[in-house]
Design a protein around this ligand. Structure first.
Ligand code: BES
Ligand code: MN
Ligand code: ZN
Length: 483
């Protein structure tokens, strides 16, 4: 799909559809033009409240006068003073999702000249994401990417960062949507290697032997039940001064989570190809950060395993030794993500990271606490957490903080080993999981994002098909920009 600016106007552009925006109580210049040429049809529909210009709402006008395109899609933009990057993502995603239900060769979107580059970035990312669905393997496609996405009223320069960020979001979504027989640790690592080669990032892939040499006993235990060998990918982007400590982005990459011997019921297993969404988010963000050539140092670490039951699987009661020497007693093999991340966080620390963000589809408990639309964030350093939260806020990718009271750490004490891998009972499960992770960050500023809810949509949104959501790629890019 080609994404480019066009000098044409709403009147002259020859596209299969044009998108024009309407705020509450205010038409954009492009919408106003269509309105005036067509006897005030938009203003009259607004007056009658036949169309409410909220984000997530669209209204098609067919064969509008003064326009060479057969459809003008009026997109709701919501309140003008609440317009931001996040609403831009959603409003334009809704428009392209509406227009890509059948083959249309070219779509033109009228950008409001008042939009900032950040808002345009969000809009481009949303518009591109809206063109992509989960039907990677359908004989008859249900979503059709246009050949061209034309942007009126802006320049190729202003579009370039949006295009890069959109590519990152689409990469993350595609990886999450691929089936587990296609994306497993080795193939995920190949995808990461390809991204590194294309963008000039450093890339290390640790295989089983190297993971053993590097004392990653906790990650290796989870991998043991599977015929698919594990991998650890370490991407290194150096855009800043050599002496500046890197930001570490750490992702949970469980390419399929059956639960292991603590086997999940079938219903709970169905969506578990999404359990590598943390790693996919890190990869999407690393690609964008490298392509944007940000003047910062970032390492991206992805712990890749498949969690399976078998004769060789790790068992309840096993005691694992993680890379930093701490011992972990296994009480539930379905609490595997924290065991994978334990070792990967140690590697991040050993690589000199002075700031860490991890992303993981870690607990169902976080979904019980917060629902599907927001990730939980937990931290050992409030200032760092505030930085991450303000970046997420500015992207319209919400985070909600959960407390890290010391009492919750007591729950993971073990009578056999240093710690055990679950708390006492189900309550506060998102926090007890984070408390385990905290044991492996060596007191470095760290924020843990439990993305179990928003990483994978079971129901569509107006701006997004079901499946991988690609959420938090933009947040990570914004954090890297804020350093
Ligand atoms: N991958 C799951 C968490 C999950 C659940 C992600 C639903 C997305 C949707 C994780 O590995 C897991 O199984 N967690 C257990 C922990 C429990 C055994 C302490 C859970 O949440 O039930
Ligand atoms: Mn699990
Ligand atoms: Zn899991």
């Amino acid at each position: 799909m080609e994404i480019k600016s066009s000098n044409e106007s709403i009147a002259t552009v020859e596209a299969d559809a044009v998108v024009v925006g309407v705020y509450r109580g205010q038409l954009t210049a492009a919408a106003d033009e269509i309105d005036r040429e067509n006897g005030g049809v938009i203003s009259r529909l607004l007056e009658l409240e036949e169309f409410k210009p909220d984000v997530g709402k669209v209204l098609p006008l067919y064969f509008p006068t003064g326009c060479k395109s057969p459809i003008a899609l009026v997109a709701g933009l919501g309140e003008r003073d609440q317009w931001n990057r996040g609403t831009a993502y959603r409003a334009l995603g809704t428009a392209t999702r509406w227009l890509t239900d059948r083959k249309r060769r070219s779509l033109a979107i009228a950008a409001d000249p008042a939009w900032t580059v950040a808002q345009l970035e969000g809009g481009v990312a949303g518009a591109v994401a809206g063109c992509h669905g989960p039907g990677l393997y359908q004989a008859e496609a249900k979503r059709f990417q246009p050949e061209q996405l034309l942007w009126l009223g802006t320049s190729d320069d202003s579009l370039s960062s949006g295009r890069i960020i959109a590519d990152g979001v689409v990469l993350t979504r595609r990886l999450v949507n691929e089936p587990p027989s296609t994306i497993y640790p080795e193939t995920f690592a190949e995808q990461a290697t390809a991204v590194a080669n294309a963008t000039g990032m450093g890339c290390e892939v640790w295989d089983e032997q190297q993971l053993a040499n590097e004392r990653c006993g906790s990650l290796l235990a989870v991998a043991r039940g599977s015929s698919r060998p594990p991998r650890l990918v370490i991407l290194n982007y150096q855009g800043g001064d050599k002496n500046v400590a890197p930001l570490a982005l750490v992702g949970k990459g469980v390419t399929f989570d059956s639960g292991g011997l603590s086997l999940k019921p079938s219903d709970g297993m169905l969506a578990m190809k999404c359990d590598m969404a943390g790693a996919a988010t890190v990869l999407g963000a690393m690609q964008a950060i490298a392509q944007l050539k940000l003047p910062v140092n970032v390492i991206g670490l992805m712990g890749l395993v498949e969690n399976m039951p078998s004769a060789s699987a790790y068992k309840l009661g096993d005691v694992l030794t993680a890379r930093n020497g701490k011992t972990i007693e296994v009480h539930n093999t379905d609490a595997e993500g924290r065991l994978v991340l334990a070792d990967v966080l140690c590697v991040a620390v050993d690589r000199g990271a002075e700031r860490i963000i991890d992303l993981a589809t870690l607990t169902g408990a976080c979904m019980v606490a917060l629902g599907n639309d927001v990730a939980g964030v937990m931290t050992n350093d409030q200032a760092w957490c505030d930085t991450v939260m303000s970046s997420s806020q500015s992207c319209g990718e919400p985070l909600w903080q959960l407390p890290m009271f010391a009492e919750y750490g007591e729950q993971i004490r073990s009578s056999v080993a240093d710690i055990k891998n679950v708390g006492e009972g189900r309550w506060g499960g998102a926090i007890t999981a984070a408390k385990l992770l905290e044991e492996f960050v060596d007191k470095k500023p760290w924020a843990h994002l439990d993305i179990a809810g928003p990483a994978f949509l079971e129901k569509p949104k107006p701006w997004s098909d079901v499946g991988g959501s690609g959420i938090y790629v933009q947040t990570l890019v914004e954090v890297a920009r804020s350093l």
